[in-house]
Design a protein around this ligand. Structure first.
Ligand SMILES: O=C(O)COP(=O)(O)O
Length: 221
C-alpha cells in the first residue's frame, strides 16, 4: 500500500492562488485516495482548510502541525491532558511580551516571529516566517503515525513537502520528496526532488506512483 503524506501550503497550493488548491489537483488527489492513501499534513487549522481545499477528500487530515487528526469523521487531539492549562500560561506570557498570537483548536499561532523564545512545557516550530507553539513531541510526523494507527494502515510512506515543519514528516517516511520550490535544506534532505512546483509537483509524484514508476523510474537530481 502506498501512503502519501503531503504538506499543503506551497506543496499542494500556490501563493499566487491565495493558497486555494486548484480543482484539477484536488481531483487527482481524490481519485488517488480511492486506490491508495493520501493524507494532507499541514500546520493550518481545519477552518482554513475548508476554505482553501473545497472538494478535496483525502484519506485523512493531519492539522495544526500534527496536534489534530481527522480521519473517518473522527477528531483526535494529539496533546497531553494538561496542555490547555499550559497553553493559557504561554498566552499570558506572549501578551506580556506584546507578541500578537491566535489560538487554533490545539496550538498557538504567531505570525512573522523572529525572536528566539523557548518555553519549558512547549515546543516552538518555525515555518518560513511564522511560528507555532505546540505540546512537546507533537509534530507532523507523530500526527501521521496516529492517523495510520487509527486506520490500521501499513505501507510505504512517501512524504512530500517544502519547508521546515516538513522535516518531522521526512523522519517517519520511507521516501522523502521535495517539490521544486522547496527550501534548499529540504531539497538536500530529500531522496527525490520533483521537476515541478507545488501541486503540479505532487501530481507528477502521484502519476509516477499510479504508473508503477516510483521509486525506480524517478530521475534523481
Ligand atoms: O501556514 C501554515 O500554517 C503552514 O502550512 P503548511 O504546513 O501546510 O505549510
Amino acid at each position: 500500500m502506498w501512503i502519501v503524506a503531503s504538506d499543503f501550503d506551497r506543496t499542494l497550493s500556490h501563493e499566487s492562488d491565495k493558497f486555494v488548491i486548484r480543482k484539477d489537483i484536488a481531483e487527482k488527489i481524490n481519485s488517488f485516495s480511492k486506490i491508495y492513501k493520501f493524507f494532507v499534513v499541514t500546520g493550518r487549522e481545519e477552518r482554513y482548510m475548508k476554505l482553501l481545499a473545497p472538494g478535496l477528500s483525502p484519506t485523512g487530515w493531519i492539522l495544526e502541525n500534527g496536534s489534530l487528526i481527522v480521519v473517518n469523521s473522527k477528531k483526535i487531539i494529539n496533546a497531553p491532558k494538561n496542555w490547555f492549562t499550559i497553553r493559557q500560561s504561554i498566552s499570558r506570557k506572549l501578551k506580556e511580551l506584546g507578541i500578537p498570537h491566535s489560538f487554533g483548536e490545539v496550538i498557538i499561532y504567531v505570525d512573522s516571529w523572529s525572536e528566539e523564545i523557548s518555553f519549558e512545557s512547549a515546543r516552538v516550530e518555525r515555518n518560513r516566517r511564522d511560528a507555532m507553539i505546540l505540546p512537546p513531541n507533537v509534530e507532523k510526523g507523530s500526527g501521521l503515525r496516529i492517523a495510520l494507527k487509527e486506520l490500521n494502515v501499513e505501507g510505504k510512506v512517501v512524504a512530500v513537502g517544502d519547508a521546515e515543519n516538513d522535516v518531522s514528516l521526512f523522519r517517519v517516511a520511507d521516501y522523502k520528496v521535495a517539490v521544486e520550490n522547496a527550501l534548499p535544506e529540504i531539497k538536500s534532505l530529500a531522496d527525490f526532488v520533483l521537476d515541478k512546483e507545488d501541486g503540479d509537483g505532487v501530481v507528477e509524484l502521484l502519476d509516477l506512483i499510479l504508473s508503477g514508476r516510483f521509486p525506480e523510474g524517478v530521475n534523481i537530481h
